[in-house]
Design a protein around this ligand. Structure first.
Ligand SMILES: Cc1cc2nc3c(=O)[nH]c(=O)nc-3n(C[C@H](O)[C@H](O)[C@H](O)COP(=O)(O)OP(=O)(O)OC[C@H]3O[C@@H](n4cnc5c(N)ncnc54)[C@H](O)[C@@H]3O)c2cc1C
Ligand code: FES
Length: 237
């Protein structure tokens, strides 16, 4: 068995038993948000949505949590030391924060576009900055998050920072924009995809989603074949 500090990678997730309640019979997946290899402290960033996340919220310090992980395929970095661009909407920023936290050790810098409906909904901005990322926050409230504006911002960042790779999570529209920019600028690009999960281990196909492969569109299991995929393979329409 590999020690936790050696096996956790950005892009991976843990499948968490949120409570013993029948409504939470199925585990819920949460991305690695922060991981400190020295202290072995693992952090998640989650939005409260339903019974699972409500039960998680009620956990108290010191309580045991039953979780399986790390699971899934992590992000990859292309060769070199060029800066990378992260483009996240909402809580999609969680998994990208883990990547931002890891890249300084690779001699790289992360530039992050963080998008949300309102200024108060912006997540992880301070943590991203603390991890060394340059952050550009955009919101619907300020009228700065339209695809036109984010496209112009991303074009500028790609040029100014000599970006070689782009990573996205949390919004199909944002992912589509990044897919186009990656094609135009010939960038390495990945997406962290989401789906409802049951087993989380590749056995039940509950998380099957379409992905573009050489022979056409195929169903893949997000939990075991992803959640990270090449962005060019994502079916976003
Ligand atoms: C690989 C992966 C990583 C994830 N990482 C995070 C994370 O870091 N932080 C975070 O807040 N959330 C994350 N999620 C989403 C998280 O798993 C769900 O929000 C959670 O399972 C909701 O559980 P619940 O019992 O609170 O809500 P439920 O009662 O299960 O659902 C509440 C509402 O959310 C919708 N929903 C539930 N799961 C998903 C999903 N996967 N995609 C879209 N809609 C969904 C349901 O349709 C329902 O409308 C991740 C999902 C995946 C697949
Ligand atoms: S959740 Fe069972 S195969 Fe993915």
């Amino acid at each position: 068995m590999t020690a936790l500090e050696e096996s956790v990678r950005p892009g991976q997730f843990f499948h968490i038993q949120c409570s013993d309640d029948w409504r939470n019979l199925l585990r819920r997946p949460f991305s690695v948000y922060k991981f400190d290899r020295r202290t072995r402290i693992l952090e998640f960033l989650y939005l409260i949505k339903g019974s699972g996340t409500q039960a998680l919220m009620k956990k108290r310090p010191g309580e045991m949590l039953d979780m399986i992980g790390p699971l899934g395929k992590p992000f990859s970095l292309p060769a070199g030391d060029a800066s990378i661009l992260l483009a996240a909407r909402g809580v999609g920023v969680a998994t990208l924060h883990a990547l931002a936290q890891a890249v300084p050790a690779e001699g790289r810098r992360a530039i992050a576009i963080v998008s949300a409906q309102k200024r108060d909904d912006l997540l992880a901005v301070d943590d991203l900055r603390q991890s060394g990322a340059q952050v550009y926050a955009v919101t619907d409230e300020d009228g700065t998050s339209t695809m036109d504006q984010v496209g112009k911002l991303a074009e500028m960042l790609i040029e100014d920072y000599g970006i070689s790779a782009v990573y996205t999570c949390g919004s199909k529209r944002l992912a589509k924009l990044m897919q186009n920019l990656a094609t135009i600028h010939n960038l390495y690009a990945e997406i962290a995809m989401e789906a409802h999960m049951a087993c989380g281990l590749g056995d039940c196909y509950a998380c099957a989603c379409p992905i573009r492969k050489e022979k056409g569109i195929e169903a893949v299991r997000i939990c075991s074949e992803g959640p990270v995929f090449p962005l060019r393979q994502a079916v976003l329409s």
